[in-house]
Design a protein around this ligand. Structure first.
Ligand SMILES: Cc1cc2nc3c(=O)[nH]c(=O)nc-3n(C[C@H](O)[C@H](O)[C@H](O)COP(=O)(O)OP(=O)(O)OC[C@H]3O[C@@H](n4cnc5c(N)ncnc54)[C@H](O)[C@@H]3O)c2cc1C
Ligand SMILES: NC(=O)c1ccc[n+]([C@@H]2O[C@H](COP(=O)([O-])OP(=O)(O)OC[C@H]3O[C@@H](n4cnc5c(N)ncnc54)[C@H](O)[C@@H]3O)[C@@H](O)[C@H]2O)c1
Length: 494
C-alpha cells in the first residue's frame, strides 16, 4: 500500500473507525467531515494494494481480462454465421499493464484523496480489538465512539500436502496473485468449480493457457439452477480439460520445472496432472476471525460471518458491519448497497432520524465467463426444498430474431413464477448479454410486478436481445394460466 497518511502519528480518539478500505471507503465523504475518522487497511494481494478486493484483485481486473478472452473465442462464434476468423494470440504483458495501470492508479488516487481530508487518518496494518471501543493497529492503540467492520474476506487455501510447502509457493496461486504472474502460464490447473473457477477458466483458456479445471462435485456452478450449471459445464468443458468428482490430494515438484497435482475420485482412483501454475478457487473466508471480535461483544454465525440485524448493526450497539465480512453473497453490488445503509444509519443516529433496513430480497449475480450467466431469486431446487409452489418456463435465444442473427442454439432464459400472483420467484439466464438482459427482471421482482405486467407494460425494441426476456415472460404467463386451468401439480416445467 505504500505510505499511509499519518503513519507514525498517534490517532488517540476518533468519532468513527472503519476497518477495511474496500466498500468501507465509500462511507467517507463530506456528510461526515465533522467527524474525526480513522480508516484502517492492511492491503490486498502481493502488491499490498489499497482499496479492497473488487478494485485490486476481484471484479474489475477479472472483467477487464474476461472481455479480451472473449475475442479469442470469436472465431468459433463467427464460423456459426459463415465468417472465417482466426486467433493468433494475446499480448499478456500489455493486457496486464493496461488493466493494472488503470486499477493501481485508481487505488493511488483513492488513497491520495483520503489523505487530503484533514479529518481522516489512514492507518496501514491489521486492526484487532482490545475491547469494545479500543483498537490496536501497527503498534498503537486508539479508541473510537463508533466502528464499522468492512474487512471483507480472503481466499480459502487448500489443506492438502504440498500446498503449504514454501518451495512450491511460487506455483500456488489464488485470485490475489494469479492475474499478476510475470508470464501467462503454459499449463494452468484450477481447483474449484464455482464462479471464480468458471471466470478464470474462461480468461486463461481464452488468452492461450492450457487449462485443466478440477472440481470435487459433479458439475460447475453447483449453487446455481441445474440447467444453468449443466449449460456452463458443457460449454466450458469444450475449452478446458474438465475433471469432475475429483478431490486434490497433493502437490509435488516434477522433473521439468513444474508441479504435479494428484487427485482422487470417489472410488479412490488416483490421477495426476502436470502444470506450471495451480490456482486455488475454493471459496472465501470472512475476515472476522482475525479481529478478536469476542473482545468487543460482536458475534459471528457458525460460518464466521458477523451477525447483524436488518439495519446492519452488530451485536455490539456501536459497531456496524457491511460487505463480505457479514453476508454470504459476497458480491460487490451488495457490499456497496450495505455501505449506503450503514452510512444512512450512522447519520440517522447522529441527527436523530429513523434507521433504514438493508433490502436483500433480490440480490442478483452475474458470472462473466463464456457463456455469461445471470441469476436472481430462487432456483427450482430451492423452491422444491422449501415446498413453494412454482411454474417454470424456459425460452431459448434461438426462438427469437436476435437468436437467429447470431445462430444461437444453446442459450436460454429460465423463469420461475408464483402460480397465484404471477410474480417472478427466480430468473436464470445463460447466454450473450445475460448480465444486462436480467435487469428488467430484477426490476420487476423488486417492484412487485407480475410477469404479464413486465412483459406488456412496456415496449421491447425489435429485434434486440431483450426480446428473449419478453418472450420468456409471455411464456411464463401462458404457463401459469394453463397451470391454473388444469389445476396441475406445482413445479411443472414447460
Ligand atoms: C476474483 C474475484 C472476482 C469477483 N468478481 C465479482 C463480480 O464480478 N461482481 C461482484 O459483485 N463481486 C465480485 N467479487 C466479489 C467482490 O470483490 C467482493 O464481494 C467485494 O469486493 C467485497 O467488498 P468488501 O468491502 O466487503 O471487502 P474488500 O473489498 O475485500 O475490503 C476489505 C478490506 O479490508 C482489509 N482488511 C481485512 N482485514 C483487515 C484487518 N484486520 N485490518 C485492516 N484491514 C483489513 C483488506 O485488506 C481489504 O482491503 C469478486 C471477488 C473475487 C475474489
Ligand atoms: N462474478 C462474480 O460475481 C464473482 C466472480 C468471482 C468471485 N465472486 C465471489 O467470490 C467468492 C469466491 O468465489 P469462488 O469461486 O472461490 O467460491 P464459490 O463458493 O463460488 O465456489 C467454491 C468452489 O470451491 C470448491 N471447494 C471448496 N472447498 C474445496 C476444497 N477443499 N477442495 C476443492 N474444492 C473446494 C466448492 O466445491 C466450489 O466449487 C464467491 O462467493 C463469489 O461471490 C464473484
Amino acid at each position: 500500500m505504500g505510505t499511509s497518511a499519518r503513519e507514525g502519528n498517534r490517532v488517540g480518539h476518533v468519532d468513527l473507525a472503519i476497518i477495511g478500505s474496500g466498500s468501507g471507503l465509500s462511507l467517507i465523504d463530506d456528510d461526515i467531515d465533522g467527524w474525526r475518522i480513522a480508516l484502517i487497511d492492511n492491503g490486498v494481494g502481493p502488491t499490498d494494494a489499497f482499496g479492497g478486493t473488487c478494485l485490486n484483485a476481484g471484479c474489475i481486473p477479472t472483467k477487464m481480462l474476461a472481455m479480451p478472452a472473449r475475442y479469442a473465442v470469436a472465431p468459433a462464434q463467427a464460423r456459426a454465421v459463415d465468417v472465417n476468423l482466426s486467433f493468433r494470440g494475446a499480448d499478456f504483458a500489455a493486457l496486464q499493464a493496461r488493466v493494472f495501470g488503470r486499477t493501481d492508479a485508481i487505488a493511488a488516487s483513492g488513497l491520495a484523496g483520503l489523505v487530503a481530508r484533514p479529518n481522516v487518518s489512514v492507518l496501514h496494518g491489521a486492526a484487532t480489538f482490545i475491547d469494545a471501543h479500543t483498537l490496536h493497529v501497527a503498534g498503537q492503540t486508539f479508541t473510537a465512539d463508533r466502528i464499522v467492520l468492512a474487512a471483507g474476506s480472503r481466499p480459502r487455501l487448500l489443506d492438502a500436502p504440498g500446498f503449504d510447502e514454501p518451495y512450491l509457493g511460487a506455483f500456488v496461486h489464488t485470485s490475489e496473485s494469479i492475474m499478476r504472474v510475470p508470464q501467462l502460464p503454459k499449463r494452468l490447473i484450477i481447483i474449484g468449480g464455482g464462479t471464480e473457477a468458471v471466470e478464470f477458466g474462461h480468461i486463461f483458456s481464452g488468452l492461450g493457457s492450457q487449462v485443466a479445471i478440477i472440481a470435487r462435485r459433479d458439475s460447475l456452478l453447483r449453487a446455481f439452477d441445474p440447467d444453468v450449471a449443466a449449460a456452463v459445464t458443457a460449454a466450458l468443458g469444450e475449452r478446458v480439460v474438465l475433471r469432475l468428482n475429483q478431490q486434490a490430494t497433493g502437490l509435488e515438484p516434477d522433473d521439468d520445472g513444474g508441479v504435479v497435482l494428484t487427485t482422487q475420485d470417489p472410488d479412490g482412483i488416483e490421477y495426476s496432472y502436470a502444470a506450471d501454475a495451480v490456482l486455488v478457487c475454493a471459496g472465501r473466508i470472512p475476515n472476522g476471525d482475525q479481529l478478536h471480535l469476542e473482545r468487543a461483544g460482536v458475534e459471528v454465525d457458525d460460518e464466521g460471518f458477523v451477525r447483524t440485524d436488518e439495519h446492519l448493526r452488530t451485536t455490539a450497539a456501536h459497531i456496524w458491519a457491511l460487505g463480505d465480512i457479514c453476508n454470504r453473497h459476497m458480491l460487490k453490488h451488495l457490499a456497496n448497497a450495505q455501505a449506503r445503509v450503514v452510512k444512512r444509519n450512522l447519520l440517522a443516529e447522529r441527527d436523530g432520524g429513523a434507521l433504514v433496513a438493508s433490502d436483500e430480497r433480490f440480490v442478483p449475480q452475474g458470472v462473466f465467463g463464456l457463456p455469461e450467466v445471470a441469476t436472481v431469486g430462487a432456483t427450482a431446487a430451492e423452491l422444491e426444498r422449501a415446498g413453494t409452489p412454482f411454474v417454470a418456463y424456459t425460452h431459448k435465444y434461438g426462438w427469437t430474431a436476435y437468436g437467429w442473427a447470431i445462430a444461437d442454439e444453446n442459450h436460454f432464459v429460465k423463469l420461475l413464477g408464483d402460480p397465484e400472483s404471477g410474480r417472478l420467484l427466480g430468473a436464470h439466464i445463460v447466454g450473450p448479454e445475460a448480465t444486462s438482459l436480467i435487469q428488467p427482471l430484477i426490476q420487476g421482482m423488486s417492484f412487485g410486478q407480475d410477469a404479464s405486467t413486465i412483459a406488456r407494460g412496456q415496449y421491447w425494441i425489435h429485434p434486440a436481445p431483450t426480446e428473449v426476456v419478453e418472450n420468456a415472460l409471455l411464456g411464463l404467463d401462458r404457463a401459469i394460466a394453463e397451470h391454473r386451468r388444469a389445476g396441475e401439480a406445482p413445479g411443472t416445467a414447460i
